[in-house]
Every structure is written in C-alpha cells, then in structure tokens.
Ligand binder design. Structure first.
Ligand code: TA6
Length: 293
C-alpha cells in the first residue's frame, strides 16, 4: 500500500511497524501493533498532548504504555479467566493498515483486525473490528466492532487515552460533577462526584456518564477537551506513587505528568451486539492554549 509522503513506516526491532507522521498540522506516531496512537502533537503545542512512557516496552504481545491503547473485548481483567491478558486482546494483536490519506488539515488512517485462531483462543467469537484515526488539530479515534457470528456478543471496551500534563497536583477535571462512579481503589464502591476531580492520591474511577470533560492543566497553561460518542463510561485513572513504582514500564515519578481519561463501556454499560450487528465508540481530543513559547 502506498503511504502519503508525510508518513514513514519504520520497523521496530520487536518486529512491528511504527508509522511516523510529519504533517504541517501535526506530528504523531501510530503503531500497527494494537492500532495504537502513541504520540500526537498538533502544530503550535509546546508539549505532546498524549503521554508515552519513556520505559514503554515494545514487544509483540505486550501493550505499549501510553498513547491510546485499545482495550477490547473486555475492560480490565477477563470476567472469568484471570490467566487472559488484562484489557483484552486488541491492543496486543497486529492490525492491518487498510488506508492512509493525507489531507490539508489532517492525516487519516484505517486499521482492521479480524478473528484468527489466536484470537479465538482468547475469545471464541467471529468478528471484524476497524479503528479509524484522524490526526490534525483534533485527534479522533473510532473503534467499530461487527459481529460476524450467530450469537450476540457482550463487549466491554475503552479507548485508554493517556494525557500529558505539567503537574498533576494542579490539574482539575470538569464535566463529571454529580456523576455516579465506581471507585475501584481498594474495595469497589459506588460513590458520587462532588465538583471537579482533583488529584492527591491514586484515582481509578469508572464514571457512569456519556458527557465529555475538560482537563485543566495550569502548569502548561492549556485545557485538553476530551469528547466521546457511543460510550456510557468515562474512566479516570492516575496510579499515584505506589502503583507507579510497581509498574516496570513507567518511571516512578511519571504519575506527576499524566492522567488517563478513557471513553469506555464498562460494567453496566457493557455493549450487546446482535449477530450481524455493529457498535462504534469514538473519542476526540483537542487543546486550547499551551502554545509554543
Ligand atoms: O483504566 C484504568 C485501569 O484499569 C487501571 O486499573 C490500571 O490497571 C490501568 O487500567 C492500566 O492497565 P494496564 O493493563 O495497561 O497496566
């Protein structure tokens, strides 16, 4: 397949392709492994908008720490078999690049994953998934699932977006006030959000919400607006100090420089896809302020 001049395919030593994008509107990296947006920096931003761990491990079958991992067809641990990979199979499979186009304002890429004997080992169903990615002043990622089998599919999923911030201690997240959420730090507990979300401990919450949010990052003088479609859950996560130390592919101090805001369908928002049916979940990210100094 011919790539536009602004996209260069580089084979990573681990054996999968990473697409480097240098376009007037955007600089970005996308991995064929997991159809994974790794980096995205729109023109004029002094700092990358997505966080990518400097200790990320690039290996077949291993999730890349940062960017936007595609968590599918289950979110978190497999519901009945703890030996299966966290967050499903999509982010650790090789996806096929079907199209890559460069327009004046953005670059668009389309990836496909269809069931294989390997995926059926992990999840015994017939499906085809497409990930559509649009990279420009705005980033948009769409995950489309089609049920090719004869039984309904139950799917939980997340576009697990890591956002880069100047200082987590000063970050606030607006848009989820009064929303109910499942607090999964310690004993899972249903709670209700009061006001903006602030960060002074490990945060791992599944908000029951279809709304977008605004991440205020005063240290870098910017706001990151995260919107979504086809998603009934917004997951907000920061590992804080102890969990950062436990994650080998994350520097100990990294918790200070990122948070995750994930368009998801988890728990009671699980998606049921009838035979021949399909489902789409979309997340979009754009930035205000934060201009190059
Ligand atoms: O999205 C929040 C979460 O489920 C956290 O519990 C944490 O496990 C995070 O995902 C990262 O998961 P990973 O498997 O990528 O280390």
């Amino acid at each position: 397949m011919t790539l536009p001049d602004c996209i260069r395919a580089v084979e990573d030593p681990s054996g999968y392709l990473i697409y480097h994008i240098q376009h007037p509107a955007v600089t970005a990296k996308v991995s064929g492994h997991g159809a994974h947006v790794m980096e995205w920096t729109p023109r004029g931003q002094a700092q990358p908008v997505l966080y990518l761990s400097p200790q990320a491990i690039f290996a077949l079958g291993k999730a890349i720490r940062g960017g936007i991992p595609i968590c599918w067809p289950w979110f978190n641990a497999h519901p009945t078999d703890a030996t299966k990979p966290m967050h499903g199979l999509a982010r650790i499979q090789p996806w096929e690049l079907l199209r890559a186009d460069a327009q004046e304002s953005h670059v668009a890429m389309l990836f496909r994953l269809q069931n294989t004997p390997e995926t059926r080992e992990l999840w015994p169903h017939d499906f085809v998934c497409h990930v559509g990615i649009s990279l420009g002043a705005k980033l948009e990622v769409s995950l489309m699932t089609q049920n090719l089998g004869s039984e309904p599919l139950r799917v939980t999923e997340a576009l697990h977006t890591y956002l880069s911030v100047g200082d987590i201690h000063r970050v606030t997240v607006q848009g989820l006030a009064e929303a109910r959420y499942l607090d999964t730090v310690g004993e899972p507990t249903q709670r209700q959000q009061e006001g903006d979300i602030t960060f002074d401990r490990e945060i791992d919450r599944q908000y029951h919400s279809t709304a977008g949010v605004v991440v205020n990052d005063p240290a870098w003088e910017r706001q990151i607006i995260v919107d979504k479609l086809g998603s009934g859950t917004t997951v907000v996560w920061n590992p804080w100090i102890e969990k950062s130390k436990r994650l080998a592919d994350l520097p100990d101090e990294a918790y200070q420089g990122f948070l995750c805001v994930e368009a998801a369908n988890a728990g009671e928002a699980a998606v049921r896809i009838l035979p021949g049916g399909q489902h789409v979940i979309v997340t979009s990210v754009c930035v205000q302020g934060g201009g190059a100094n």
